[in-house]
Design a binder for this molecule. Structure first.
Ligand SMILES: [Zn+2]
Length: 269
């Protein structure tokens, strides 16, 4: 079994990281990143993810339609998504989800896309990675009314109420901790991650998004995206370090726990 740091959710394919990849990838290998789940946000970046997975053994591809970009959704996406899964036994579904924080959310379209994605993941026995902002009750309703993937699903960068960790856990949720939660004012996020069951815990960078506060960042990249620092996926080690002190568990034990959880949810790398 490969052990090392597992970034349960990032966007290595993002244009914001493209010009840095020649340095970013060796840096991640050097610090012991064993695996990253690289998530699509529009159909346009699915080919790029496939190419990254074919070149780098630590990349696990995941294909999805992010709620922020649903206007770009083209008819027939469900069939094309399913074909990708059928042709690649290691591929998963995501990121997809519900977002009432964004400007002008189209909730019916988000729910329809999520339902179809859940059905495709369940039918093909894959994991699904779910994004949710300020739509927790709606998400619970959708999850309770669909057949869910038997291996479970990931609520990435879980920012829901601590008291909803239990109900989502019962449905098969895994929860990934984001270094962004180390910023001031995120105490309720930390409270949630103190109570997540050890067998449902993961960690992520969401790079190039959701940068850690400067004091925690181990790697820095020049420039900015929408005025925000570009997050380097190598910061996963710093995310693990912060989670290990939050949970009062040794870093080496946390690496083992997250590896087992990732293997159960996403299959062995
Ligand atoms: Zn993401």
């Amino acid at each position: 079994m490969t052990t090392g740091f597992i970034d349960a959710h990032n966007h290595l394919q993002a244009t914001g990281l493209e010009s840095f990849l020649e340095k970013v990838i060796p840096a991640c290998e050097g610090l012991g990143v064993a695996r990253m789940i690289v998530n699509g946000i529009t159909e346009q970046d699915w080919d790029r993810i496939k190419e990254l997975a074919s070149r780098h053994g630590f990349v696990t591809p995941s294909y999805g339609l992010h709620p922020w970009y649903l206007k770009e959704k083209k008819p027939g996406w469900e069939k094309r998504l399913e074909e990708r899964l059928i042709s690649d036994a290691k591929a998963h579904v995501g990121e997809v989800g519900l977002d009432l924080w964004m400007r002008d959310p189209d909730l019916p379209s988000q729910i329809e896309t999520l339902r179809h994605s859940l059905q495709i993941a369940e039918r093909n026995r894959r994991a699904i990675t779910i994004h949710c902002l300020r739509a927790w009750e709606q998400l619970l309703d959708v999850l309770r009314s669909e057949r869910l993937p038997a291996r479970g699903f990931l609520l990435h960068a879980y920012s829901g109420p601590p008291e909803m960790v239990g109900p989502f856990t019962e449905l098969g949720a895994y929860f990934s901790f984001s270094g962004y939660f180390l910023n001031p004012g995120k105490e309720d996020r930390l409270a949630s991650f103190r109570q997540v069951r050890s067998d449902r815990l993961l960690a992520e960078t969401d790079a190039p998004s959701m940068p850690l506060p400067d004091i925690h960042s181990e790697f820095r990249l020049p420039g900015a995206i929408d005025g925000e620092t570009i997050n380097h996926p190598g910061n996963i080690r710093a995310v693990y370090a912060a989670l290990s002190s939050l949970r009062k568990v040794d870093l080496s034990d946390l690496v083992k726990i997250c590896t087992e959880n990732s293997n159960r949810l996403f299959g062995e790398a």
